[in-house]
Write a protein of this length. Structure first.
Length: 551
């Protein structure tokens, strides 16, 4: 910002202008008063000189001693400040003069000096007042001169004297004209005016400097601090504080500004905190909604697939049972037939293959029925340690074959309301998958550890089961699909992809939740959370058809 646009400059300009006008007015008034006083003093001095001359010459004039009068008048020529002294008679002729050459000179009776005192009435009577008997005029060189005219009156001593008696009707006998130079007075006035103007100018400068310093310290600098602070706040720096050094209005404004900045900073922190909290909550709710949406989609998909699987299982059960039954019947007839042993062996192997495939198909149908089952569950309080120990006993042999060490941990007192058979099926499916994930492959030698842990939840109203393995792990793409029906990573003929789908269904029917954490090469952890008490008992449905014998 330009200096000329600031409040401090405008205030300084106002103060400087006012003091200049005031000092100029005071200087002018002082000069006028001084001039008036000097002129009064000079006029008084002229009156006194005139009175002295009149008194000094009075006696000689009464005795008519003209030579003495001329000597007295002539002696005044050397006095400083006296420009000239003349005495006129009533005819306007110079009788006596400080300069001898002026004696005998005649005055123009129509001149301004004469007309002022005698406007057409001659010299017998003077009509001018005492103020009009003085005049100021200028010489050709510009020097001013004060002229004072004093009438020589016809006193009784003069009118009755023997020497030169004058009639009593004549009041004026002549005029004493004294001229005094005003050069010294004008020089003094000029010097005084110059000094006053110099002092006024110096006063303007000094007062201006003091005013500017005062404005700079008490106005300009605090205002600049406020402006800089406001700019800092505008740029977003709410930590800035203005130093408060005074208790005046600007100091109060600075304190108010600091208070406002503190409030703004606190408000911004609160808004930032609320914004972070809101953003976090939005992310959490979005994740929850996404999980719920995926869960609903999975449930709907599994429900649809369950109905389809139930229908397909029912339709396949009877043909598979017929195939298995007639395969066994034909095998018995072949053994009793007259075929050669080679032929019996050949046909027997083919029939056993047919029976085995029928049994495998029956197992698939059984799994479909299990996946589709929505019937009633036998919910009872169960000691979880019993189920865990039984599952470890069932899979221990298979784990030893694969070189996997199995460890289980479950408190004796831990109980949960559940269908014991389905929870056992859930654990066995997860443990078998873990053991198979640690089977030897071309990339890894196989073996590892499997840990099953059961413990109560933090709130005490849930039970948490973790199944942890050190297998090959899963990628994010596989992990996102492991609960989908018929999705499997096993080689063809070793699985149909219903094991984890059945596990998911069991967890859902128990109003629980299942989570998986896995990374390639770092193993997998399944976490199953079950409520200690079941809130709602599942509704019973019709029983499905039994699978083929041996399935």
């Amino acid at each position: 910002m330009k200096l000329t646009r600031t409040i401090a400059f405008r205030l300084f300009l106002l103060i400087a202008s006012l003091q200049t006008i005031i000092l100029l007015a005071l200087t002018y008034a002082t000069v006028k008063v001084q001039q008036t006083s000097l002129m009064e003093n000079v006029t008084l001095s002229a009156v006194r000189v005139t009175d002295i001359i009149a008194r000094a010459t009075r006696y000689s004039m009464l005795l008519n001693r003209k030579e003495d009068v001329q000597n007295i008048v002539g002696s005044l020529r050397e006095e400083p400040g006296i420009e000239g002294v003349r005495i006129y008679n009533k005819q306007g002729e110079v009788v006596f003069a400080a300069i001898p050459g002026d004696i005998g000179a005649k005055v123009d009776m129509t001149a301004e000096a004469c007309v002022t005192c005698h406007p057409g009435s001659g010299l017998d009577h003077a009509t001018a007042t005492s103020e009009e008997l003085s005049r100021i005029f200028s010489k050709p060189n510009g020097e001013r001169v004060l002229g004072l005219i004093t009438p020589v009156r016809n006193e009784p001593e003069c009118s009755s004297g023997e020497c030169h008696a004058h009639p009593e009707n004549k009041t004026i006998l002549g005029v004493l004209d004294v001229k005094m130079s005003l050069a010294a007075v004008d020089e003094q006035l000029l010097s005084s005016r110059t000094q006053l103007l110099s002092l006024s100018a110096l006063s303007v400068v000094l007062i201006g400097l003091v005013a500017w310093g005062f404005i700079w310290v008490f106005v300009r600098r605090p205002v600049r601090g406020l402006t800089a602070g406001m700019e800092m706040v505008t740029s977003g720096n709410l930590h800035h504080r203005i130093p408060v050094g005074m208790n005046d209005e600007i100091g109060q404004l600075a304190r108010a500004f600091n208070t406002m900045t503190e409030e703004l900073e606190r408000a911004r922190k609160e808004i930032t905190a609320w914004s972070g909290t809101l953003e976090r909550k939005v992310h959490e709710k979005t994740a929850d909604l996404e999980k719920a949406h995926n869960r609903i989609l999975r449930v709907e998909k599994m429900a649809s697939l369950g109905h389809l699987s139930s229908s397909v299982a029912h339709e396949l059960n009877n043909p598979l049972e017929g195939i298995l039954t007639f395969a066994k019947l034909i095998a018995k007839r072949i053994q009793r037939s007259s075929l050669t042993p080679e032929e019996k062996q050949l046909y027997g192997d083919e029939l056993r293959l047919i029976a085995e495939e029928a049994l495998r198909s029956g197992n698939i149908v059984k799994n479909l029925l299990v996946f589709a089952r929505q019937g009633s569950m036998s919910i009872q309080p169960v000691r979880l340690r019993t189920i865990v120990d039984r599952c470890v006993l069932l899979v221990n042999h298979h784990a030893n074959i694969q070189g996997v060490e199995v460890a289980a941990s479950c408190p004796e007192s831990l109980q949960v309301e559940c269908d014991a058979g389905q929870i056992q099926q859930l654990l066995i499916a997860l443990m078998m998958n873990a053991i198979e994930a640690m089977a030897p492959t071309a990339a890894r030698p196989g073996g590892g550890s499997l840990a099953i842990d059961a413990f109560p939840g933090a709130e005490g109203d849930t039970v948490i089961l973790t199944i942890r393995d050190t297998g090959q792990g899963m990628t994010e793409e596989i992990k996102a699909r492991i609960f989908e029906p018929f999705f499997t990573t096993k080689s063809e003929g070793k699985g149909v992809g219903l094991g984890l789908a059945i596990v998911y269904g069991i967890v859902e029917r128990h109003h629980g939740a299942i989570e998986v954490e896995s990374h390639p090469g770092k193993g997998t952890v399944f976490t199953v959370t079950l409520p200690v008490t079941q809130p709602v008992a599942p509704a019973a449905t019709t029983q499905e058809a039994a699978p083929p014998e041996g399935a």
